[in-house]
Design a protein around this ligand. Structure first.
Ligand code: GRF
Length: 198
């Protein structure tokens, strides 16, 4: 099977992107072809270059809310690299049904909660406020409905007494870095069986 070509979209530090890049070697069925950010200052761009992966920037600010025009530029930046799959990894722009439809069944996202719990933002604070005993992260296929696509993997962490959102986020992030590479490896082979990490 030829390698699946993976583009990774980021907005910030890109720790999940780094975990994905580091996983794609040896007998892995995928290869990274591009790391793209909507923020020219994203620290993940430096990390991607250090790891020898092509990078691109499509700054969303000049588009002033014209999401379709921004996504046309996204597509233009992606096209030369001919990705088969897109991994959203800390990508903080909401994508329209037009772009999502174009990548239906070929675009993944990692979200820091046990979906369907807590779609959207501030997931750690919400889990703490709710008095939950556990929390975690989810990798899912991206669909028109934000953070609601078919679940491809989940990892759980305990919530401990005295946890703050930052402490909990750090505990979840460790699991994200294990979960996303495991899901991508399986998904790139055409296997959609959910990965469930303890
Ligand atoms: C992580 O919490 C991830 O779940 C969310 O964005 C945060 C930062 O991710 N998608 P990264 O370090 O930029 O990969």
């Amino acid at each position: 099977m030829t390698h699946r070509r993976v583009a990774i979209l980021i907005s910030g530090g890109g720790s999940n992107m780094v975990a994905l890049l580091r996983s794609m070697h040896g007998d892995h069925p995928a290869t990274p072809v591009l790391v793209l950010s909507n923020d020219p200052g994203a620290g993940g761009l430096v990390r991607a270059r250090e790891l020898g992966v092509a990078t691109a920037v499509v700054d969303h600010r000049p588009f002033a809310g014209d999401r379709a025009a921004f996504e046309d530029s996204l597509q233009a930046a992606l096209a030369p690299h001919a990705p088969d799959l897109i991994c959203l990894a800390g990508f903080m722009r909401i994508l329209t049904p037009g772009f999502v439809g174009r990548w239906k069944g070929r675009m993944l996202n990692i979200h820091p909660s046990l979906l369907p719990l807590y779609p959207g933002l501030h997931t750690h604070a919400r889990a703490l406020a709710n008095g939950d005993r556990e929390h975690g992260c989810t990798v899912h296929e991206v669909t028109d409905e934000l953070d609601h696509g078919p679940i491809l993997g989940q990892a759980r962490v305990p919530i401990e007494p005295g946890d703050t959102p930052d402490i909990l986020a750090a505990r979840v992030l460790v699991k994200e870095h294990l979960l996303y590479p495991a899901v991508l490896r399986r998904y790139a082979m055409g296997d959609r069986t959910p990965v469930l990490l303890p």
